[in-house]
Design a protein around this ligand. Sequence first.
Ligand code: AMP
Ligand code: MG
Length: 400
Amino acid sequence: MVTYSEALKIIRTECNKIILHTEEVDLLDSINQILAEDVFADVDLPPFDNSAMDGYAVKFSKRNEWNIIGEISAGNYSPLNLSENDAVLITTGSKIPVNADTVLPIEDVEVQGNLLKLKADTFYKEGMNIRPKGNDLRKDQIAVHCFTKIDSKVIAALASCGKDKVKVFCKLRAAILATGDELIPINEIPADDKLRVSNTYSLYTVVKEMNHTPIMLGFIKDDKEIIRKKIKAAFEMDIDMLITTGGVSVGKYDFLKEIFEEEGVKEKFWKVNIKPGKPIYFGICEKNEKRILVFGLPGNPVSSLVNFYIFIKPAIDYLFHRNYLNNITAILQDNLKKKDSKLHFSRGILYEDNGEWKVTSKFTQSSGDLVEMSRANCLIVIEEERENPTKGEKVKCIRI
Ligand code: AMP
Ligand code: MG
């Protein structure tokens, strides 16, 4: 058995050996993907000196009256040449005419025919309200760094650099397989000791939420040969990750670990000193020049999802240089029970109250209670050595 931090270290070591593939996609198809190149400005941004306001462009002097000689609106430049007593009506974003260096806001002036007058008690400064060419970024400087997630903020920068196609990292393909004799499809009513398969749905969703590609392999019985066949077939598929649930503990019908071993998966760890999800298995399958990450998660729907949040998500985040775990320190609002020396990830509800983060947890913390889990928005981390944290104490929370 390893500690959680040892397990994360092992995962990162293996992630360092993974080669991420890249592809070129249309800019609008790159949304939420991770940029696989540094993107440089191919022109100055903005490409020309322009007005930051609606107003009048003038050549700076000490005067407060000008002659209006014309107008320039955005996209409709006209090559007006200003002398000191000339002003040009200009709109936001318009190119500044030759000789002008200052824009007077429309609110600060009065117009009488062709005469422009500065309002009383209004002042102006040289260079005011001009956005200089290249002020945002100079040509050939890096506009967007490799490993940036392409979101609404970033995509505008890419568009401004003329990137109609971008190089992104290919999405990971994660196959999901559940095992268990008790499992039935969700459109059936559970009879006797049967149970609707639920965790393949949560794992499929969480992979998708991370903008990767889940591949649903469904569920199979706790039959060693059936599982072996399915696992073998999965490793022949074009996948980067296999996530199984169930059958990874020490029960009589827990075959996963054995099968992984027999199918050549190199075990990196099995069992981590945590709750929930202690029996988690992690290994690597080298197949067709690929290194497939293999995660054997316990079957409990809460355990399997919590294990995804605390092992697989950090692994994917690490692979793509994303911020590692989204932690918040909060003040505990209830007493929690914890006597063992495991690291606990308890379900809680995190909220802000008067500028302070607080977290409540009235949950049973049973790893079978998945409806309860569906109401949580964080995992409360209770460190190995910590016992029975009480109301008022500070705890680390991972947002989920
Ligand atoms: P296991 O890890 O196979 O020992 O399963 C632990 C518990 O989780 C058992 O109570 C199972 O019935 C339940 N379980 C296993 N697989 C699933 C699944 N795919 N969906 C819902 N519950 C499951
Ligand atoms: Mg089982």
